[in-house]
Structures are given as structure tokens and as C-alpha cells.
Design a protein. Structure first.
Ligand code: SAM
Length: 283
């Protein structure tokens, strides 16, 4: 008689505090035949903390497509596999998408085991709107690319959430001010669930000053959140705001407002007022 298919479990692991592993995640990691891990040595430390000795397979960005085939073979042969990343929820700025997609296509059931995720952990403590939010993953490495990445975020998406690195954060804050204006409210969440957890609130300049006050503050893992666009007291549409934001990365205020008015047939003066708000200047 043919063996039933095994499952792929997508298991979230802690983002700092090891006590955040759930009972269900621990039980699954104990039971499965294989654990597919981004970095088997890193995951080995979590497993030894949990007293689990399981067989691990390395699955990372560079071998995921090929490795997925052998993991699917195992599942089709009746073995259960857990997918974990170095920290948090797999697939969220981490490997796993290709494997999950291929499992779906091959008829292997994928079971999520929820748990920590840095963007949700940051958002729930930031005091920024949570009814709508937009996650853009890691901010890009180069300033101009980063500005384009930020300018392409459509207006009206709510709080914007980005992952960033300690090495780049000060440059990123400058780019955020350039694209969203110097007055835009930001929250930087650092070292979540760890000893030096801290959330800093303020404008790009205020958060930069806080970082510069103590070189140690420029270390560790971080999530940057950008408050939603303040409501303009004009009837400028979201499409106009999006165009304006893109043009403002290249053009002075007046020109950006004039071109936006030409493109959308809107009012130049109203657009100029919004451009002032976006760039943090006042009339
Ligand atoms: N899969 C993970 C998740 O569920 O959040 C994210 C993995 S991504 C490779 C790593 C990035 O997540 C870090 O560079 C940082 O931006 C963010 N991050 C992870 N752990 C964090 C923590 N404890 N505090 C703040 N940010 C964290």
C-alpha cells in the first residue's frame, strides 16, 4: 500500500529571546524527520537549547530551487519536513518561497506554525496606525535606489515598514526625509525581544541625533517604520501624490508640482502645497 504523503511545516522561531518559541513549534521540531534550515549551525544552537537532535538539511537562497526537489521527494515518500530560518518567520525576507510554491504544485500539504516576526513585533509596539500597513522588506543598499524604492510606495497604504541594517541606517534616514519630508513621524525598533530592546520615536533628524549620541546605538538589528501620509487639506488625489513623490526625488518643488498638474490635469497651487508638506517645508 502506498505511504501517505508527509507534510512541510513552516515553523517560526525566536527573533532574539529563545523563550518565544511556541510549544507547538517545539513539538513539531521534535517530531519531524528533517529540518530544512537556512544555516544549519545557527539552527543547531536553537535545537540544542531545546534538547532536540534532528537531521538537518541546508536550504538557503543559493540552493533553494534544487534543494526543494529533494525535500518534496522526501514528503512524497511519507517523511515530514520542517522549514526554519535563522530567526523569525521563514519566507519573510528569508528563503522558503520557492519551496512552498513547489510543494503546493506537487500536492504536498504546507502547514504554517506561527510565531515571532520582526515586522509584526515592531508594529504592535510602535504606536503607529495598524489598520493598514505596507511591508517593503530590506531597504536597498544604494541611496538613489533606496529613494526610488521609497518613492514608489503608493500613497494611502498606511504605515510603511522596512528592514534595515545598522551599517546603513543613518543614510537611510536621510533618504526617508528626502522622499517623505523632514517632518514625517518615524519609529526605529531595535533589538526586539533582546536585552537592549529599544523603540525610538521622532523625525529622521531626531532619530539620527539619538543614534549619534552613543555609537553602540548604531548596532544590532532594526526595523524602521514610517507613519502614513498626513491628510492634506486639499482634494489632491492619491495618484497625484504618487506622481509628485516620484518627481520630487529629481525636481525642485515648483517644477514637480507643475509637471504633476500637467500629467493629471490638477491644480498647480494645491499640488505645490502638498509638495511643501511632503518635503517638510512650510510656506
Ligand atoms: N524572517 C525574519 C522575520 O520574521 O522577521 C526576518 C529575517 S531578515 C533576514 C532579518 C531582519 O529582520 C533584520 O535585519 C532586521 O531588520 C529584522 N529583525 C530581525 N530580528 C530583529 C530584532 N530582534 N529586532 C529588530 N529587527 C529584527
Amino acid at each position: 500500500m502506498a505511504k501517505d504523503n508527509g507534510f512541510l511545516y513552516v515553523v517560526a522561531t525566536p527573533i532574539g529571546n529563545l523563550d518565544d518559541i511556541s510549544q507547538r513549534a517545539t513539538a513539531i521540531l521534535q517530531q519531524v524527520d528533517w529540518i530544512a534550515a537556512e544555516d544549519t549551525r545557527h539552527t543547531g544552537r536553537l535545537l540544542s537549547h531545546l534538547g532536540i537532535s534532528a537531521r538537518t538539511i541546508a536550504l538557503h537562497d543559493h540552493n533553494e530551487k534544487q534543494r526543494a526537489a529533494s525535500i518534496i521527494q522526501k514528503c512524497l515518500a511519507g517523511e515530514n519536513v520542517a522549514l526554519v530560518s535563522d530567526a523569525g518567520t521563514p519566507l519573510i525576507s528569508d528563503p522558503g518561497y520557492s519551496l512552498v510554491r513547489q510543494c503546493r504544485d506537487a500536492g504536498v500539504r504546507v502547514i504554517p506554525i506561527p510565531g515571532p516576526c520582526a515586522l509584526i513585533t515592531a508594529l504592535c509596539a510602535a504606536g503607529l496606525p495598524t489598520d493598514k500597513f505596507h511591508f517593503i522588506g530590506f531597504l536597498l543598499a544604494k541611496s538613489q535606489q533606496r529613494q526610488n524604492q521609497l518613492a514608489e510606495v503608493p500613497a494611502g497604504v498606511g504605515t510603511i515598514i522596512c528592514y534595515d541594517t545598522a551599517r546603513r541606517i543613518k543614510d537611510s534616514l536621510q533618504d526617508v526625509a528626502q522622499v517623505f519630508g523632514r517632518d514625517r513621524e518615524l519609529v526605529l525598533a531595535k533589538e526586539l525581544t533582546k536585552t537592549f530592546e529599544h523603540l525610538e520615536y521622532g523625525t529622521a533628524a531626531q532619530i539620527t541625533a539619538w543614534l549619534e549620541d552613543d555609537p553602540q546605538r548604531c548596532q544590532g538589528e532594526m526595523v524602521l517604520m514610517i507613519a502614513p501620509t498626513p491628510k492634506a487639506d486639499t482634494d489632491v488625489s492619491e495618484a497625484e501624490i504618487n506622481t509628485l513623490k516620484l518627481l520630487l526625488t529629481e525636481l525642485p518643488l515648483k517644477k514637480a508640482a507643475a509637471f504633476t498638474a500637467q500629467i493629471h490635469g490638477g491644480k498647480k497651487n494645491a499640488l505645490y502645497k502638498v509638495a511643501l508638506q511632503l518635503s517638510g517645508e512650510t510656506e
